[in-house]
Design a protein. Sequence first.
Length: 69
Amino acid sequence: MTNNSSNSTSSNKAKLQSLKTEVASSLNVNLKQGYNGDITAREAGSIGGEMVKRMIAYAESNMGGNMMK
């Protein structure tokens, strides 16, 4: 039996990295490959916050707009 978990994890990491790069670009934050310890906490937080907003919007649209209450 083949373990597809690592393939799925790699794919998910690549998708998140792509989203992070896209968000950083839209916020005019210069991200490099690898270490980005030179960006400010405000910039990093802005990137993470926008990523969360986009992921929530994506999840809501795929749920057909039915929000759990």
